[in-house]
Design a protein around this ligand. Structure first.
Ligand code: GLY
Length: 557
């Protein structure tokens, strides 16, 4: 009897200690919008863990940053759960509808029909974000999904003031949005871009989020919402069916692991190209001591590593559920050594020596990323997207759901460019139920002292931005620095180094030109990196939002 009594007291004390620990534990959040970060802290206060927080931030971003992500899109959630040291990635990437086929964006003569994979109903693939949120909440969270979606529902129902960034994205897509009656009603004022700080209310989206909160997956992929999605899409020339929505499944994938100068790297496996290209570039660079080389050589080597890794992206990567990808070979030290041996210190290698044409490209700043970590090291790196700003610009009537245009991330025709100027081949060809190749690169870094979580939007430039972030982490710099450093990018084709104004000084430009690099300054800055860090010994947390964006990074009090 006395023993039973003692066990009971011990259990009560343990429960109380666990509760006290959970309440005292601090969390860092960095996201692309202040209201999304606030939604995360609200859910933490309600007793949520970092995974509930990730559901809240994802859903809030779907409402307050519709240019970047949404219920009509998809994404990748890289998770680490400390209690069992689990690393896993939820692949919530969109899938091609079952009626999709390889030539669906070609005309009768076999040429790509401009914009067909970018604007309107046919450009939209089957969304993954709602299924991923339900899965994340049910499998990893502590709270009911209705709690985690509450802030997003409130933002949608009662509205929020639009920002200058939101207006800029609207301006870039207003002509597409103007073609869809629901998009006009939701996003425009008298058919034009609303004034700064206008209040954006999305009552239909609030209803759809409520259906998800009440019925889980069936609230979106079944019932009235599904009916409206399909009716809307089909009446505008799209090919979705209920079978597509029933068949959509997220996939839990094992993240890719690598090591660069003692930094353990965990990143996104295919269906994103992010982890492969990032790790391949780092493997190529691993035998150089970039801390001691002069700046021009350092930048030359990084550009050459980018060129080779992006070249392999175009050749080998696609949906691993449809094609065999030689990942072990691509990420092996021997393979990296072979690629490294073709780098000359005194000369850039023209991309057409690797193969292919050299066309122009077009880039945006769409997609979104957030990073979360708590003092126990539980963490989430999530990069979410609807592809181009405001996706396809198409909202099926009565749903409030702005659909993606991720079909453009497939290769419509071998050698033809997509919206990011990326090329590819059969590995990323369209097929029914297939996921299109992504560049999203949610990433964790770990050393004996520190754990970092980082990622960014930015189309094909995502991977090169994360690469530069990792190399800055390797210099012992902190999140404030990773989100600030001037950026440069090479993606194999076009054979051009794109760079932000401050990435190279005049002397570096002249020397890089002499090495044979063609340089092109970007019209604007790009990217919106969100990063958090835990110092393991002191348990100090830091968080930083890109200086180029309007995000909010904070640590809970
Ligand atoms: N839609 C952008 C990407 O996934 O890379």
């Amino acid at each position: 009897m006395i023993n039973k009594y003692k066990t009971c007291i011990r259990l009560i004390i343990l429960f109380w200690l666990a509760q006290a620990h959970a309440e005292n534990i601090k969390v860092a959040i960095a996201s692309a919008h202040p209201l999304a970060t606030d939604a995360g802290f609200e859910i933490l206060k309600k007793g949520g863990n970092v995974f509930d927080t990730a559901v809240a931030v994802s859903a809030a971003l779907a409402v307050v940053e519709p240019a970047g992500s949404g219920l009509g899109g998809g994404g990748y959630w890289l998770l680490h759960r400390s209690k069992d040291n689990l690393d896993i990635m939820i692949d919530g990437r969109e899938k091609a509808p079952l009626a999709a086929h390889k030539n669906m964006f070609l005309d009768k003569s076999g040429k790509v029909v401009p914009k067909l994979s970018v604007d309107g109903a046919l450009a939209a693939a089957i969304p993954g974000l709602p299924a991923a949120l339900v899965h994340l909440s049910e499998k990893y969270g502590k709270l009911p999904i209705a709690d985690s979606l509450a802030p997003a529902i409130r933002y949608a129902r009662f509205g929020f003031a639009i920002s200058e960034w939101h207006r800029r994205m609207l301006i870039s897509r207003v002509n597409v949005l103007k073609k869809n009656p629901d998009a006009i009603t939701i996003f425009l004022a008298d058919g034009s871009v609303p004034k700064p700080f206008a209040i954006l209310k999305q009552p239909n989206l609030a209803d759809t989020l409520e259906a998800l909160a009440e019925s889980g997956r069936d609230g979106f992929y079944g019932g009235k919402v599904a009916e409206k999605l399909i009716d809307g899409i089909r009446s505008a020339g799209g090919v979705w069916s209920q079978q597509d929505l029933d068949a959509y499944q997220i996939v839990e994938r094992i993240p890719l692991k690598g090591n660069y100068h003692g930094i353990a790297i965990t990143s996104a496996p295919p269906s994103s190209s992010g982890g492969v290209v990032l790790l391949e570039a780092l493997n190529i660079l691993s035998c150089f001591d970039l801390q001691v080389t002069d700046e021009v050589t350092r930048k030359h080597l990084i550009i050459e590593a980018m060129r080779r890794a992006y070249h392999d992206r175009s050749l080998y990567l696609g949906d691993p559920d449809f094609i065999d990808i030689p990942i072990n070979r691509l990420l092996s030290a021997d393979y990296a050594a072979g690629l490294r041996s073709s780098i000359r210190p005194d000369k850039a290698l023209p991309s057409d020596f690797l193969s292919g044409d050299l066309p122009e490209q077009n880039q945006g700043n769409q997609t979104t990323h957030f990073s979360i970590i708590d003092q126990d090291g539980n963490r989430v790196a999530a990069t979410l997207s609807v592809n181009m700003p405001f996706g396809s610009g198409f909202v099926p009537e009565g749903t409030g759901v702005l659909l993606n245009d991720e079909m453009d991330d497939f290769v419509s025709l071998p050698g033809a460019l997509n919206g990011y100027g990326l090329v590819g081949g059969s590995a990323n060809a369209i097929a029914p139920g297939k996921r299109m190749l992504s560049s999203m690169t949610p990433t964790f870094l770990e050393t004996p002292d520190r754990i970092a979580v980082l990622g960014t939007p930015g189309g094909s430039r995502i991977i090169s931005m994360v690469l530069l972030g990792v190399l800055d982490f390797a210099k012992s710099n902190n999140p404030d620095s990773w989100v600030r450093i001037p950026r440069f990018h090479h993606q194999y084709i076009p054979d051009v180094v794109e760079y932000e104004q401050d990435a190279f000084n005049a002397d570096e430009i002249s020397k890089l030109n002499t090495l044979g690099h063609q340089l092109k300054q970007t019209k604007r800055t790009y990217g919106d990196m969100q990063a958090v860090q835990l110092q393991k010994t002191t348990r100090a947390l830091t968080a930083a939002s890109d200086i180029r964006g309007e995000g909010k990074a904070a640590v809970s009090p």
